[in-house]
Design a protein around this ligand. Structure first.
Ligand code: 13P
Ligand code: SF4
Length: 445
């Protein structure tokens, strides 16, 4: 059996969309064609097949293109091969006259079955994770060497009077350059009282934006402007305003994983580290909680107040399955399970601890527990292992990876400092209201 170029390019195009696209934003075929060095016309034919089969959806308009119509873990390599190949069995016995007495028939059938099982077992989420991991190992960094970039970053940081804040999920080499490495809450608190003129935030956009809201007079830079958070994109101001109209007596708590306009429409922000305390601090029985349904559910389990959740979710945490945690528990029966509250309720239920990334760092350091199963993004394990070299940390077999957190590489940090890019500017009226919601949260802890 030889796979046709149709199959191979369909697979390549889908993984290109996943790796290079910004989640939920349409990817133009011309961009994929350019990166994959194939004609756009050819891709158009393939995408007609993929669209008909419900694998992709076309979005019209100036900013149009294609988005996946299913989650990447719901599309298998087998699905694509079945669409693009007439037959993927290596030998066709059906028309053979000797098939009854053929000694090889069972072998060929079994080989066909194995190929089928193999291609069905590989999902595009598996391939995406592999693609990211391989890129982590072989960073294409142009003509400068890693040590030249590192030296350059340190030199420019001094020249610019800059400080580097890094979230716990960032790549290892970025974590190593952090002046402050932390969770969303730590980093917001730190950003509010830094003496340096320039804050460079290695994380996703809502985090750097929060730093700008808390330090409006400073220059706040993010090395990759395309490092978004799909969860933050799951609610719009119009939708939040509708919710407020529907529940006029309710107070609004927004997770920091939101943009400034949502924060500006909220009474107070929270992070995964303080969500329950924030909700408890409010003098209202009804709370609109946006945008993460899993964190909302976790809060609801830990308060008497009525939580009205929005339906957003983090695709990285929502993908962690009970079976994957159970599988690690079987392999490591003495390990303690700690999971992020963005995971599904059934995963939270079987965990020993439900903590934000900062809480996990503290528990690993301060307790005498020696083995942990960690239900969060893989970047945190780098920090946990570094700070506790004698302890063991196990991730689910399909490592949870946030592609946006992995976008920032050494070269991006270097050019960010060199060219002072990408700056945040937020309209004054939005900034002031969002600042109030963030500051209220910081006061609580
Ligand atoms: P923490 O606040 O726990 O660091 O989490 C941030 C985040 O984006 C989780 O997905
Ligand atoms: Fe957003 Fe999830 Fe990535 Fe956190 S891990 S930044 S919530 S997509």
């Amino acid at each position: 059996m030889r796979l046709s170029t149709r199959s191979r390019y369909s697979c390549r195009a889908l993984i290109d969309m996943l790796i290079n696209g910004v989640e939920a934003e349409p990817v133009p075929l011309s961009n994929i064609a350019e990166r994959q060095k194939v004609s756009e016309k050819y891709l158009e034919q393939l995408f007609i097949i993929l669209k008909k089969a419900g694998i992709v959806r076309a979005i019209r308009g100036v900013k149009g293109g294609y988005v996946l119509a299913k989650r990447p873990d719901e599309i298998s390599m087998g699905d694509i091969l079945r669409l693009t190949e007439l037959d993927i069995s290596p030998v066709k016995c059906s028309k053979c006259e000797r098939k009854e007495e053929c000694i090889f028939k069972d072998y060929w059938d079994s080989l066909g079955g194995k190929i089928k099982d193999f291609v069905n077992s590989i999902t595009f989420e598996d391939i995406r994770q592999r693609a990211i991991t391989i890129k982590v190992g072989k960073e294409p960094i142009g003509k400068m060497s890693i040590s030249e970039f590192t030296k350059g970053i340190k030199r420019l940081k001094k020249q610019r009077d800059a400080v580097i804040l890094v979230h716990n999920y960032e790549r290892k080499e970025i974590q190593e350059l952090a002046d402050y490495l932390g969770d969303s809450l730590d980093l917001s608190r730190i950003a509010a009282k830094l003496p340096e003129k320039v804050i460079i935030f290695c994380g996703v956009r809502f985090m750097a934006e929060s730093a700008k809201i808390l330090s409006p007079d400073k220059t706040v830079l993010i090395p990759r402007i395309d490092a978004g958070c799909p969860l933050a994109d799951m609610i719009t101001v119009e939708e939040l305003k509708e919710m407020k109209k529907k529940y006029p007596s309710a107070k609004v708590v927004c997770y920091v994983n939101t943009y400034a306009d949502i924060k500006a429409e909220s009474d107070i922000c929270c992070t995964s580290a303080n969500a329950v305390e924030v909700v408890e601090s409010l003098k209202a029985d009804k709370i609109i909680f946006v945008p993460d349904k899993n964190l909302g559910n976790y809060v609801a389990q830990n308060t008497e107040k009525e939580i009205i959740p929005w339906y957003g979710y983090c695709y990285v945490h929502d993908l962690i399955k009970v079976d994957e945690i159970e599988e690690q528990k079987k392999l490591h029966p003495n390990a303690t399970v700690m999971v992020h509250p963005e995971t599904k309720p059934e995963v939270v239920k079987i965990a020993d601890y439900v903590l934000g990334t900062g809480g996990m760092v503290k528990l690993a350091k301060s307790s005498d527990i020696n083995e942990f199963i960690v239900g969060t993004e893989e970047g945190l394990v780098n920090r946990l292992q570094n700070e506790n070299p004698e302890k063991k940390f196990y991730l689910p077999r399909r490592k949870p990876l946030c592609s946006n957190m992995k976008k920032t590489r050494l070269k991006d940090l270097y050019y960010s400092l060199k060219n002072m890019q990408y700056r945040f500017e937020i309209a004054d009226n939005v900034l002031k209201k969002a600042q109030r919601a963030l500051k209220r949260m910081i006061k609580i802890g």
